[in-house]
Design a protein around this ligand. Structure first.
Ligand SMILES: Nc1ncnc2c1ncn2[C@@H]1O[C@H](COP(=O)(O)OP(=O)(O)OP(=O)(O)O)[C@@H](O)[C@H]1O
Ligand SMILES: [Mg+2]
Length: 299
């Protein structure tokens, strides 16, 4: 866990609504290393979503430096920011943010449309991702025809479309029941095991136990930053495996702790120093909707 993927220095954010200034983040320093699974907790209004939107390149800080994979991104314009986001980061929202008129498969295709992937490839990749997440039978369902847990799995598949090294999520289990929440957290644990860097905001202490690092925000400051050596997803898995062996008579029950080291993600580090002008996401969504209307997207 050597490589710094995210280095924040003195990040501030002040919202300006007419004459009213609302200072929310007051100078945040944080370094996140490749392959870490970090949770961000804190009371309502403490600035978690504001912070996450900056981390996810959905918004810019008012001041400070944000180095993402070696590139300063604090001052990029909207198009550049969108490009970096699409390439580097998969973002999962509390309210799923799926396009209601597109099927599960088409929703997952969107970031690949934006990345310029050809139609056949992106159809196939979307189907593969959804199948991996247990939705192989639901490719043609609209979001309204899916349960909350299924919708969130579509959103996770969409976040994975361009194979980003970083996955970010703002309250991904906030609208899910406890069973669907556990399923989603196991998916995040598996992504962590693949070597991806995961950052997620949550209200729920139980959810934070899935992360290996727990950061707490309060009033726009980081007030706590602790390691969690007993990540819930891995502990569960170890316990289940141990239990299976015990049942099979292979070993005696023990209290041994599961250790784990993430794989590195060599080979996934394409160069992002060159930022091209790209069409806006909205244009591409319109284009895809057009294609879908014409029936091309199903070819
Ligand atoms: N666009 C905006 N304009 C002005 N103030 C805003 C804006 N967005 C958020 N705020 C304010 O910034 C503060 C932090 O909001 P933020 O949404 O980041 O909190 P949060 O920690 O995510 O809360 P929650 O847990 O309820 O989701 C709040 O006081 C909020 O009112
Ligand atoms: Mg929030």
């Amino acid at each position: 866990m050597e490589k710094e993927v995210i280095a924040l220095k003195g990040i501030t954010k002040t919202y300006i609504n007419g004459k009213l200034k609302v200072p929310v983040l007051h100078g945040i320093d944080l370094t996140i290393y490749e392959g870490q699974f970090t949770s961000i907790m804190g009371p309502s209004g403490s600035g978690k979503s504001t912070f996450m939107n900056i981390l996810g390149c959905l918004d810019r800080p008012t001041s400070g430096s944000y180095i993402l994979d070696g590139q300063e991104v604090a001052n990029l314009d909207d198009d550049e920011l969108a490009y970096v986001r699409n390439k580097r980061i998969g973002f999962v929202f509390q309210s799923f943010n799926l396009l209601p008129k597109l099927t599960a498969q088409e929703n997952v295709e969107l970031p690949m449309v934006y990345a310029g992937m050809d139609k056949k490839k992106r159809r196939a990749r979307a189907a593969e991702l959804l199948t991996e997440l247990g939705l192989g039978e639901r490719l043609d369902h609209l979001p309204a025809e899916l349960s909350g847990g299924q919708r969130q799995r579509v959103a996770i598949a969409r976040a994975l479309a361009n194979d980003p090294a970083i996955i970010m999520a703002d309250e991904p289990t906030g609208n899910l029941d406890s069973k669907a929440s556990v399923d989603v957290m196991h998916i995040f644990t598996n992504l962590y095991k693949e070597g991806r860097t995961i950052i997620l905001v949550t209200h729920e202490p139980d959810i934070a136990t899935y992360a290996g690092r727990n950061v707490v925000l309060k009033d726009g400051y980081i007030i706590e930053d602790k390691q969690n050596p007993h990540m819930a997803g891995l502990v569960d898995e170890g316990a289940v495996r141990e239990q299976e062996k015990v049942v099979a008579g292979e070993v005696k029950p023990s209290n041994s702790k599961l250790t784990h080291s993430a794989d590195t993600i060599e080979g996934r580090k394409d160069d992002l120093t060159k930022v091209d002008k790209k069409p806006s996401v909205d244009d591409l969504y319109d284009q895809l909707e057009e294609e879908i209307k014409r029936g091309d997207a199903h070819a």
